[in-house]
Every structure is written in structure tokens, then in C-alpha cells.
Design a protein around this ligand. Structure first.
Ligand SMILES: [Zn+2]
Length: 298
């Protein structure tokens, strides 16, 4: 089976015209390295025509293509789920849950919930820290001060620290963000520990919070109004305007997932053609996530 490539809506709906097309894709991908019964380990099976589930020839345990994955219990249909994932992966700016609900004829909570599952799957593995030239800056989101750069002590606003890795031409290669409680070095370093290599050449503004971190990381501090920060300021501006268009129901524990989505799209933009297939793979290998996990997790 060939994996789906590209961003054409026409191609997409040609390839996936109903639930069965999508289930076949999932089954192929899920068992691409062969089938092994999860109950007894046997590798021979019979395929059930109705939902392409595999019936173990030894113990007759039945496993559907969606079992033990994030597609488990997607009651609104796998075809719509594929459509939403395509929408979230192929476009440069994803739409809000309210718009998604209307376009796919599902309820608002259904769209909202499923989109959060997809964002969960978009989370970074934190296995590939940023290297080379990296710019770091902190900012706030929320309220009327949105457009202002820099630190704010307003407790209602979300404090975020972001970093970008530059490519050879000085363009943005990757971007990561962390929500922080304050601008102390203990909080700021969460971004460094998760996403920045210790040998990266990091530039920050002159905020003293970065000083203790420079013991372990290679940090150069510069006045924040220099041209150096142009790229990261642009990304932060894009992030804020995107958040304003998609982000409702604002709760502290949700913003991380929006940041996942924003980063995921930037970081995979060089592999745009494979982004849908990559995301399907991530949802397949991710365990089932329930409402509790989405709403309660911090
Ligand atoms: Zn079995």
C-alpha cells in the first residue's frame, strides 16, 4: 500500500471516499510489520469483511484496526476523523473547533475533543533538541496586551517561552514553546531541558533569568530590540494571531496542546507531503485517550 501524499483535497477524497477506505488504510499501517495476536501471540488470522478486524486463528481474539489506538471509540465515523486530521495537517493554519464541527457535521464537543486528541498526538518526542543557531524569547498571551512583546506580571495572562532553530539561510527550521509560571530561570529552563541541545548557539534578550542557565548552555545575551530577534518575533506574532482565531474555552491545561499543534506544523513543513501519513501513524501508535485525559491533564 502506498502512503497518502500531498495536500490536494481532490486527491484526498478520491483516495478516502468512505469508512472502509480509511479502515483499510489503518489496517495496512497498523500491521505493516506483520500481525501478532495481542492475547496469544499467534500470527495467523482471518479478516472480518465488515470492519477489517483480524480474528486470531488460534484463540479467536478479534482486534479491529482501531483497537488500542487513538481511533478507538471514534463514534462519529472514521471517514470524518480522517477528514479532520487531513484538515489539521495539510493546511498551514488549522481552523477552530466550531468551524470544524460545521464542516464535518459533528457536534461542537465532538470536534473539540477529537481535535485535542490529534494535538496530543502532535506532541514532540523531545528526542531531537534544537541545534546550531537558536533564538529564545519570552512573551505573554491573552488580554489586550497581546501585541506587546516581553514580560508581563499580569497573572491572568499566559506566560510562554519560545525558541526557534534557524536553518543555514537564516530561516525558521523548527520552533518549540513552553508555558511557564513565571520568568525565573527554573521555569525558563524547561524549554532548554526539553528542546535545546547543550551545544546549540543560543541568543536570548538581556533578562537576568537566563543567566543561571548559561552555566550549562551556550547563551549569548543581546538587547532585545536588535534585528537578531526578527525571526522569533515573527513566529510569536503568527502564533498569537493563530491562537486568537482558534482558541476558545481558554483553560490553562489546554494551551499546551495548541502550542503542540503550532510547533508540529512548523517543524514538519519541510516534509509537507507526508504530514497526513505521519499523523495517522502517530494516532495509531498512541494509546487511547479519553475525555478525562483531555480535560484533567495539566
Ligand atoms: Zn490469539
Amino acid at each position: 500500500m502506498e502512503s497518502f501524499k500531498g495536500q490536494s483535497v481532490i486527491d484526498f477524497y478520491k483516495r478516502f471516499s468512505n469508512d472502509m477506505d480509511c479502515l483499510a488504510y489503518l489496517a495496512e499501517k497498523k500491521w505493516s510489520n506483520g500481525f501478532k495476536c495481542c492475547k496469544c501471540g499467534h500470527d495467523k488470522f482471518t479478516v472480518r469483511k465488515k470492519n477489517l478486524a483480524r480474528d486470531c486463528n488460534m484463540c479467536h481474539h478479534i482486534e479491529s484496526p482501531t483497537a488500542n489506538t487513538m481511533f478507538h471509540k471514534v463514534k462519529f465515523g472514521i471517514h470524518k476523523a480522517f477528514g479532520i486530521i487531513f484538515e489539521m495537517s495539510a493546511t498551514t493554519k488549522s481552523i477552530s473547533a466550531a468551524q470544524m464541527a460545521r464542516r464535518f457535521e459533528v457536534s461542537y464537543p465532538t470536534a473539540w475533543m477529537f481535535m485535542h486528541k490529534v494535538r496530543e498526538a502532535m506532541a514532540s518526542s523531545e528526542k531531537h533538541p534544537m541545534k546550531g543557531d537558536v533564538l529564545v524569547d519570552e512573551f505573554v498571551y491573552g488580554g489586550k496586551e497581546d501585541l506587546k512583546q516581553g514580560r508581563s506580571t499580569d497573572s491572568k495572562k499566559k506566560k510562554i517561552v519560545g525558541g526557534i532553530e534557524l536553518d543555514e539561510k537564516g530561516g525558521v527550521k523548527r520552533a518549540y514553546f513552553k508555558v511557564i509560571k513565571n520568568y525565573g530561570s527554573g521555569e525558563l529552563r524547561k524549554l532548554f531541558d526539553s528542546h535545546i541541545s547543550t551545544d546549540a548557539r543560543v541568543v536570548t534578550d538581556e533578562w537576568t533569568g537566563y543567566m543561571p542557565i548559561s552555566k550549562e548552555f551556550n547563551i549569548r545575551r543581546e538587547k532585545s530590540n536588535t534585528r537578531t530577534f526578527f525571526q522569533i518575533n515573527t513566529i510569536i506574532h503568527q502564533l498569537k494571531s493563530w491562537l486568537r482565531s482558534v482558541y476558545s474555552w481558554m483553560h490553562d491545561w489546554h494551551i499546551e496542546r495548541y502550542l503542540n499543534e503550532f510547533s508540529y506544523r512548523i517543524n514538519r513543513s519541510v516534509y509537507k507531503d507526508n504530514i497526513f501519513d505521519n499523523l495517522i501513524g502517530r494516532l495509531l501508535s498512541h494509546k487511547h485517550v479519553g475525555l478525562k485525559d483531555i480535560v484533567v491533564s495539566a
